[in-house]
Write a protein that binds this ligand. Structure first.
Ligand code: NAD
Ligand code: UDX
Length: 460
């Protein structure tokens, strides 16, 4: 099969950046250029100070340091990179549409289509085009039509190669994936991509399918994962009413090898850029084929997640004697999970919004998220003016500043460092009774209760 010498990846985000960095590390003989229309982002990827990379992932800085300038390049010259590449990965964002038909449900494919048109316009020789972004099933047909009808008469082969990495463990997931999925029609194109992964992934873990199975498997995998979280969260509500403990229930059911123990941690609700977006997309696709029952089945996973976030906030309000107006509430964590600076769809945003509606004053500490990002997340909701958000929410640089004089602490992200704080000092500097609402079941109940905290955890 064709040997790939040069790769172009369009989209230098949370997927494109880490994924191509790992390919560059594992395949030093392939030259990889990651391009993006966002010049600021490319500049950050090229920053000499690795602390300034736009994506924080454990292990990423080391890999970029090794490969950048050798066989890994970041550029805004999209046309040049397309022109020179044998294989082009499309790794641009596919957010939920916020206008027109399918608003709030369907995936917005305008960025994908722009990529296809640009590839078609530029390509002067045959290219393999790889869908790395998460896409609605049958998108490859649309891509093929655009490429074939607007191109310069060269051949395009389309592959689907969805990415299964999770943020916070992206590098580990990429180096040691459970499986690599490649969907396609052309055997030679499939083999070219298989050969790249085979440099570090065992053949038994490289799965090839038809295009549509590959596209649909990505939405399905995320729907199943999110469904597990919503399922255990629904049980957490029942635990709180009955004296059962959700961690004990998780362990008891997870030891059944048919169920399995992973992804059964009750929480304040799942966040992240993928789960909600991809399930909404699945629901929309099912509806568009007239499959109402299928659509409603999966929609419930999202409704349960919204309920969980609301329930967490309601419990804080109720426990604080039914009013949080004018009360300082400390948020530990804003990211949607630990070990990432990503806050997209983080439960913290929605919990904050509910509490701000009750006129709470919130002080946030997160080890990796900037104040700018936190205000942007709240402003994006459009619930209140940017001025009001800045008056009611303070972002601070230490946990002790966040918790001083607070009526309550809410743990929204499971950062490891939260466990080893000086909880006695925190308690002494808080208003009494000192409440902790642990949305991650992270802290030690006995330790906190011995210090006289009033400790509430999900599902206990
Ligand atoms: P992102 O927003 O972090 O990055 C996308 C980048 O693409 C942006 O920097 C944007 O400027 C760039 N871009 C958009 N249109 C462009 C164009 N026409 N030309 C050049 N650059 C363009 O998004 P992400 O989190 O990396 O996600 C990318 C895709 O991967 C999505 O489809 C997502 O569903 C999927 N995915 C994400 C994850 C994850 O954990 N974030 C995991 C698996 C799959
Ligand atoms: C997810 C998928 O795991 C990954 O395969 C896909 O490629 C992208 O979407 P990501 O969103 O980065 O990855 O993180 P993930 O670890 O799946 O967590 C998603 C959310 O679910 C987080 O808010 C996390 O805290 C929450 N979660 C996860 C739970 O509340 N309980 C769990 O048991 C697992």
């Amino acid at each position: 099969s064709k040997t790939i010498k040069k790769i172009c990846c369009i989209g230098a985000g949370y997927v494109g950046g880490p994924t191509m960095s790992v390919v560059a590390r594992q395949c030093p003989h392939i030259e990889i250029t990651i391009v993006d229309m966002n010049a600021e982002r490319i500049a950050a990827w090229n920053d000499e100070n690795l602390e300034n990379l736009p994506v924080y992932e454990p292990g990423l800085q080391e890999i970029v340091a090794e490969a950048r300038g050798r066989n890994l390049f970041f550029s805004t010259d999209i046309n040049k990179a397309i022109d020179e590449a044998d294989m082009i990965f499309i790794s641009v964002n596919t957010p939920t549409k916020n206008y027109g038909k399918g608003k709030g449900m369907a995936a917005d494919l305008k960025y994908i289509e722009l990529c296809a048109r640009q590839i078609a316009a530029v390509a002067k020789d045959d290219k393999i085009v790889v869908e790395k972004s998460t896409l609605p099933v049958r998108t490859a047909a649309a891509l093929k039509s655009i490429l074939d009808n607007t191109g310069n008469g060269v051949n395009f082969h389309i592959l689907s190669n969805p990415e299964f990495l999770a943020e916070g463990t992206a590098i580990q997931d990429l180096i040691n994936p459970d499986r690599v999925l490649i969907g396609g029609e052309n055997e030679e194109a499939i083999a070219a991509l298989v050969n790249i992964y085979a440099h570090w992934v065992d053949h038994s873990r490289i799965l090839t399918t038809n295009l549509w199975s590959s596209e649909l498997s990505k939405l399905t995998a995320n729907a199943f994962l999110a469904q597990r979280v919503s399922s255990i969260n629904s049980i957490s509500a029942l635990c709180e009413k009955t004296g059962a403990n959700v961690d004990e229930v998780s362990k008891a059911i997870g030891m059944d090898t048919r169920i399995g123990s992973k992804f059964l941690k009750a929480s304040v609700g799942f966040g992240g850029s993928c789960f909600q977006k991809d399930i909404l997309n699945l629901v929309y696709i099912a509806r568009s084929y007239g499959l109402t029952e299928v659509a409603e089945y999966w929609d419930q996973v999202i409704l349960m997640n919204d309920y969980q976030k609301q329930r967490f906030a309601d419990n804080i309000i109720q426990t604080l004697y039914n009013t949080v107006s004018g009360k300082k509430i400390a948020f530990l964590g804003w990211a949607f999970k630990k070990d990432t600076n990503d806050t997209r769809e983080s439960a913290a945003i929605y919990v904050a919004d509910y509490l701000l509606n009750e006129q709470a004053e919130i002080t946030v500490y997160d080890p990796k998220v900037s104040a700018e990002r936190i205000y942007a997340d709240l402003d994006y909701l459009n619930t209140r003016s940017p001025e009001e958000n800045r008056a009611l929410v303070k972002v601070v640089n230490t946990p002790y500043e966040a918790c001083g004089n607070a009526h309550a602490i809410a743990v929204l992200t499971e950062w490891d460092e939260f466990k080893s704080y000086d909880w006695k000092k925190i308690k002494d500097e808080m208003k009494k009774p000192a409440f902790v609402f642990d949305g991650r079941k992270l802290l030690n109940r006995k330790q906190l209760e011995d210090l006289d905290f009033k400790y509430y955890a999900i599902g206990e």
